[in-house]
Design a protein around this ligand. Structure first.
Ligand code: GLU
Length: 446
């Protein structure tokens, strides 16, 4: 079989959303799986609605996600140019071919394509056999001389040697027009594969660009890892037979094929994405995590100020204990606020819960004295052992001390391990915060 050539053909008329990214990805995966070529073609004939800004976002998002193209804008190739706005001469040739074959006629200034009216049979790799019959001639060149989408799309697929058309199911209804045109031009039909739609997280209907979580760029800005976003996108409509979810890209490439693509629509699930991101974050070497966190903080002045309010070593230590706890880097500024300032808010729920039973202030006073008596809090095991021994000799449990300790030094009831927090904050700061809490405890909400 000849080499597979697939294309991703976006129109730069809006920000790059996950539906487009997923279409790009399935094409890219198929090319990489088969050792074929992944072509990027820009369908920018609609001058009014295209913008260079959108185009740049397409390029940068594809690169961020690791989808390198083998031919296309910025890198060229043997079948260029790769922007439709630069291919008018080619379209004119094909319009002439259709005229010569007596398949075009002029009506009211536009050129119409004379359909065959024969049933068009598409052996879709995902949908199975689809049959449709075009019933009406359609315009292929508008009265202003510009060729329509159906024509340029088909001409490009022919002239770029595209073997497989992998695109969203919303294009299935166009395919019979395309096969009519392909046949009229004497071109072989490519293999079609129409991928299922992505449904919005809540409620019915297709996910739109306006839905929360729809833009690829957002994930980049929020400090998501591209490998987790790619992994998530793969699972929107494809799954390997063993239902495994987290997979490195090399494994996805080797396993990806059309039989694994579902016919039913895929539902977008932001929690699943966050969960996947968390498990990728966990695996990241701590230096890489630190570098990502630094980039994220540096990108926003407010966050950059938090980072520069502490030493580099201290920031690194805070990152090390936060890494296993967060779902995305974007959570870090709020998550670590108490490490970087003595002014942190009291979480009302945590306050209420901690003061619900027992005598938390008495326990805190005992713990504060214990910690104040240590040389340092650097040895987490020693601190934990000392706390346990004290709890036992006072007839209490370790848990009686933990929640109030955490509350008094962090303002909340979740976070890294308590002895990790002690170690990183250091003895002076921990004891001082506990003293302050004891001297003037915050008001407990009713
Ligand atoms: N420009 C079309 C789109 O954005 C591409 C259609 C196709 O892949 O054939 O949907």
């Amino acid at each position: 079989m000849s080499q597979v050539r697939v294309r991703f053909a976006p129109s730069p008329t809006g920000f790059f959303h996950i539906g487009s990214a997923r279409t790009a990805l399935f094409n890219w995966l198929y090319a990489r799986h088969t050792g074929g070529k992944f072509v990027l073609r820009i369908e920018d004939t609609d001058k009014e609605r295209n913008s260079d800004e959108y185009l740049e976002v397409i390029y940068s998002s594809l690169r961020w996600l690791g989808m390198d193209w083998d031919e296309g804008p910025e890198i060229g190739g043997d079948f260029g140019p790769y922007r439709q706005s630069e291919r008018d001469g080619i379209y004119q040739d094909y319009i002439e071919k259709l005229k010569a074959a007596d398949r075009l006629y002029e009506k009211e200034g536009a050129w119409w394509f004379r359909i065959s009216g024969e049933p068009q049979i598409i052996e879709d790799q995902i949908r199975g056999r689809v049959e449709r019959t075009e019933e009406k001639d359609f315009v292929v060149v508008r009265s202003n001389g510009s060729p329509v989408f159906h024509l340029v799309n088909v001409v490009d697929d022919i002239t770029m040697g595209i073997t497989h058309v992998i695109r969203g199911e919303d294009h299935l209804s166009n395919t019979s027009k395309h096969t009519e045109l392909l046949k009229a031009l004497g071109a072989p039909l490519p293999t079609f594969a129409h991928i299922p739609l992505i449904l919005r997280q809540d409620g019915p209907g297709k996910m739109s660009k306006r839905d929360q979580g729809a833009l690829v760029e957002e994930y980049q800005k929020r400090g998501y890892l591209p490998e987790s976003v790619v992994n998530f996108l793969c699972l929107l409509g494809w799954n390997p037979k063993d239902d495994q979810e987290k997979m490195p890209i090399a494994e996805i490439i080797s396993r990806f094929d059309f039989p694994g693509v579902n016919q039913s629509n895929a539902r977008f699930d932001e929690r699943k994405m966050a969960h996947l991101n968390m498990s990728y974050l966990l695996e990241l070497p701590s230096n890489d995590f630190l570098a990502k966190a630094r980039d994220f903080f540096a990108a926003t002045p407010k966050h950059a100020a938090i980072m520069s309010s502490v030493s580099e070593d201290y920031f690194a230590a805070v990152m090390e204990i936060s890494q296993p706890k967060i779902k995305a880097v974007e959570e870090l500024p709020a998550y670590i606020s108490y490490f970087c300032s003595d002014e942190f808010p009291w979480n009302p729920k945590a306050l209420k819960k901690t003061f619900k039973k027992g005598e938390p202030l008495a326990r805190l006073a005992e713990l504060k004295d214990l910690l104040a008596g240590q040389d340092s809090l650097n040895d987490e095991t020693a601190v934990e052992d000392a706390m346990k021994a004290m709890a036992e000799s006072n007839g209490n449990g370790f848990g009686d001390y933990q929640a109030i300790a955490r509350l008094s030094v962090t303002g909340t009831n979740a976070g890294p391990g308590i002895t990790q927090i002690f170690r990183v904050l250091g003895k002076d700061s921990v004891v001082e915060r506990m003293e302050r809490f004891l001297a003037s405890p915050p008001e407990i909400p009713a």
